[in-house]
Structure formats: C-alpha cells, structure tokens
Design a protein around this ligand. Sequence first.
Ligand SMILES: Cc1ncc(COP(=O)(O)O)c(C=O)c1O
Length: 397
Amino acid sequence: MFERLERAPDDPILGLMAAFRADSDPKKVDLGVGVFRDAKGDTPVLDCVRKAEQAILARQTSKTYVAPAGNAGFNQAMERLVFGSEHPVFGAERIRSIQGPGGCGALRLGAELVRLAAPQSTVHVSTPTWANHVPLMTGTGLQLARYPYYEPARGTINFGAMCQALEALPAGDVVLLHASCHNPTGADLSREQWQELVPLFRRKHLLPYIDMAYQGLGTGQEEDAFGIRLFAAELPEVLVAVSCSKNFGLYRERVGVLHVVTDSAAVGLAALSHEVRVARSIYSMPPDHGAAIVHEILGNEALRDSWTRELQGMRERINGLRRQLVVQLREACPARDFGFIAQQRGMFSLLGLSVDEVKRIRAQQHVYMTDDSRINIAGLRAENIEYFARAVAQVLG
Ligand SMILES: Cc1ncc(COP(=O)(O)O)c(C=O)c1O
C-alpha cells in the first residue's frame, strides 16, 4: 500500500534546524526556529516550572486518565488568565473550554467545531501568517482564503486594506486573528484598530477566531489579551486558541486550551459536547503533565509571582534586543530604515530580504532564518548582534 506514496516535501523549519546543526562555523547564528532563548542562547526550564513539577511529583498517586476535556482546574485557570477574572462572559456562563495538546491541538479543535457547525464556511488568514495555520485549518476540510495584513515597505499593518477585504466577506465566514506578537511579522493591531473591527465583525456576522501563543511576551499579560477581552465582551461568538508553549516554556509538554465563547450557556454546552467527541476521535485525552504544571503555577501565589517575573524577564529581553538591533542596523546599513523592528512585538520580525539574500546570508555569513526573512529576535545575543547587523549590511551590498 505505502509504495504508492511519494515522499512529502520537507518541512522548511526542520530542514533549517538540521542545516544549522550541520554547520561547524563557530560564528553561526540561529534565528530560525521560534523558541525563546536567554542571553546564553539556551531555552531553559523556568524556575516556577521546576518547583511546580516537584510539588506535583511529590503528590501524584495515579496516572489514570484525566478526561477528554482535560484538567478542569487548568481550563478554569486559563479562562481567568486569558479573559481576566472579572470578564462578563463568566457571569453569563458564555464560556466553555477544552484543553488541547498544545496551541496547535487547540487550533485544530476550534477548526473542527467550525466544520461541524458550518462546513461551507471559509477561514480567512492574514497575509502573511504562521505557516502551520494553513494545514491546521484546511486539514479539517474547511476552505482557506487570505486577507491583506502586512505592508512590508513600512513594516506595519495595512489596516485600510484589511478592513476593506473583511467588509467583502460573506456572513458566517471565519477570520483568524493573532492576539499579539503576530507571527511572522511582529506587527500587531492597536487598541483602536481592535475597537474599529468590533462593529465590522458584528455587522458582517463574521466569526473571530483568535490565536494567542505569546501572552505576556509582547507588551504585558493584560495588554496582550486586549483584543480577546474586547471581542468576547462585544460579540456573540468568539473562538480563542491559546498555547502555553512559549510563555511557560512548556514546548514539549504540549499544553494549550480552546475557549469557546457563545451567546448563551446552552449553546456553549452543546459546542463543548461536540468538542469532547472531536477530541475522542483524534487523541481521546490530552497529555496531563503540562496542564498540571500550569494549573499549579496559576493557583499558587508564590509560583505565580515567580512566573510573572520570569515572563517579564523574557519580554524585556526581547524588547531590549529589538531596540539594540535597530541601533546596530542603523550603523551597519544607514541607507535602509529598520526602525519598524523596535515598534513591533513578540519574537518575530520580517527583515525584508529576498529569498536570494536569505540564501546568501546563510551560505556566506552562517546566519540562519526562514526563506521569508523571518528572524527570531530572541536568537540574538550581546556577542553576535553586531556580527548579525554587519552580515545584513554585507548581503544588502
Ligand atoms: C502563531 C502561533 N500559534 C500557535 C502556535 C502553537 O504552538 P504549540 O502547538 O507549540 O503550542 C505557535 C507556535 O509557534 C504560533 O507561533
């Protein structure tokens, strides 16, 4: 049977990681894969995570199944983290949540719910968007389309073009938005822009599907969730997929959650009943350990304070690197304006190099980034930031 299969194309990020590992040049710089790195270039286990794990291991007496919807305590703690403890969705019982295996698992659960409820609807993603959004949405059988978002020449959002495109969509279509730290551009919607989108979504009966993989790594824990909280307060239905991979450093534990905000409690219960069936049909139950860690951290004052400080440290490192990089690039390539990098948020920015320039900077300067010239800002270090800026200057001529 399997002889009929042709080899699938390689995943570009995995290929880039392998090429980086094989490069023996000591100057090599990895700005490819999207993981946070500290000043030494490591992706460490957070202190609060270590302590939470110790407490869990000391206490745990069984490894029996949890439930298809996951750890209820974790789901509730995430609701409060994402929406804030006073949000009106709680009083009205307008929110139901299901733990997913990572942000990807949560994104897929939401897409499956859309397919069950409205199989004819199209999911619209930003141009550009995180590459994995495409298979996560279309793998369900839903159609995919794109709306304009990023203006490379200015390094900002083309909000006018975005609104114009959304205005033309049919009722019932789904619009995938990034809550903050847009991947790959780093260009986020401002508060005013989120506010302007509310009446448009209401009038056009569009379903917002918000992906939040970087809460607290952009401007702040509360600030990064602004759009989600606003949309959930103002619109009848919202899907929110959350990842704990980056802000808790739990990448390999696969922990995330899907929040389904509905117009009424009864609709929410029906939606959750379908989500449970979807989970059963794919992986049955999510893994426990990562969710148990997050639950422990969010429910313990000392651990939560420690997490807040560690998260702030990660955020400040990224934002500090953004400012330093602009200074270094201004010196190395005065003819080109990279000032937008300091205005953007999160781990990523698009440098604006051509594919040929990306290939040359890799071959000649040992600097690794994806072909679209997305750089992981956290991959830079005090020791290599100047080298990197000069490498950019060299490749730009
Ligand atoms: C925009 C975005 N959404 C979702 C995710 C999901 O991450 P994970 O499945 O590792 O939790 C990522 C990870 O890179 C991401 O960048």
